[in-house]
Ligand binder design. Structure first.
Ligand code: GZL
Length: 312
């Protein structure tokens, strides 16, 4: 026999806990996998029934997942927008269905503030600024001139994603006042280790092969970059300054080995915060429009042994 149902036509036993529909972008990096673990563990611990969808890096799959959450009449929808544009229509459908939306980790571009209740995640522009600030300090007495600049390679994240745009913008905000720093080549590695490796392999055989710094938008790509540099007998962290973002354990270990010089934390562990915000939204409460999670910067001057295990 079918169970009694509540006013939304859902089985009785689901009446108390809220139902959260979550669209995750995929499993492209150790950071992403940790973010997913944090969300699933927090849902279990807080009695939130989680409908979890993995979009396998495709925005269309996210849009389909959000539509299925609307059809299921979840209490709240949360998602990581893989890219910043193209969300207005589906978020309008969620709003018109009376389902509040929480945006997490990455940001969207929209003119319509009514399309989501709030954002919680990382401050990509600040991460980029931290990379620039480290670089200025590292080379302050190097004697670099505009005619003999510090030559920078940038390996950026997923095209059109807010972390790639934010890290690039924050980095340029800091170095643009210093013409003795020059980005000689920039290409997107899509946050993938394999693409970071492939791009660096190409660069080392190209006219850009002489450079002083690599600014890589995530540790996954950095690991691919280190691999090919070491294959070529190079000394990353010594001959070439390496700056990377995420602070996964493998990057902290590389910092300890002197193979990278600066690791900027991007914190994936905000599952608990997502759950408490979802509960507030389900009760019709307001939440802050913008919440940035706490992030550190680790450099070659730190005592790496004092850095607690990263868990990703
Ligand atoms: C940043 C996050 C990025 C990470 C990458 O907030 O969206 O996506 O830096 C991940 O490792 O793939």
């Amino acid at each position: 026999s079918c169970t009694k149902s509540d006013d939304k036509g859902r089985p009785e036993e689901q009446k108390n806990g809220i139902i959260l529909g979550f669209s995750q972008i995929g499993a492209e990096s150790a950071w992403r996998k940790c973010n997913t673990r944090s969300i699933k563990a927090a849902a279990a611990e807080s009695g939130v029934q989680l409908l979890f969808s993995n979009a396998e890096q495709k925005q269309n799959n996210q849009i389909k997942a959000i539509r299925s959450f609307i059809a299921y009449q979840v209490d709240v929808i949360a998602f990581v927008p893989i890219v910043a544009d193209g969300w207005d229509n589906v978020l309008r459908e969620a709003r018109d269905a009376g389902i509040p939306v929480l945006i997490t980790d990455r940001k969207i571009n929209t003119d319509d503030e009514s399309l989501y209740a709030g954002f919680i995640g990382t401050d990509s522009e600040q991460e980029g600024r931290e990379a620039g600030k480290f670089l200025l300090k590292k080379f302050e007495n190097s004697g670099a001139e505009p005619s003999n600049p510090v030559r920078i390679i940038e390996i950026s994240g997923t095209e059109g994603s807010s972390p790639a745009k934010g890290r690039a913008a924050g980095f340029r905000e800091i170095i643009s006042e210093h013409p003795e720093y020059k980005i000689i080549y920039s290409e997107s590695g899509d946050f993938l280790r394999s693409k970071g490796n492939e791009i660096m392999r190409w660069i080392l055989d190209s006219k850009y092969k002489d450079f002083d710094v690599v600014f890589s938008h995530n540790d996954g790509m950095t690991l691919g970059i280190l691999e090919v540099m070491k294959e070529r007998g190079m000394n990353p962290g010594k001959d070439i300054v390496i700056i990377t973002v995420d602070a996964e354990q493998a990057a902290i270990d590389a910092l300890g080995r002197g193979e990278v010089n600066c690791v900027i934390e991007c914190n994936p562990k905000f599952g608990p915060a997502i759950m408490s915000l979802a509960k507030k939204l389900a009760q019709g409460q307001k939440i802050p429009r913008l919440m940035h999670v706490h992030e550190e910067v680790f450099t070659e001057d730190d005592d790496v042994s004092a850095i607690p295990p990263r868990g990703y």
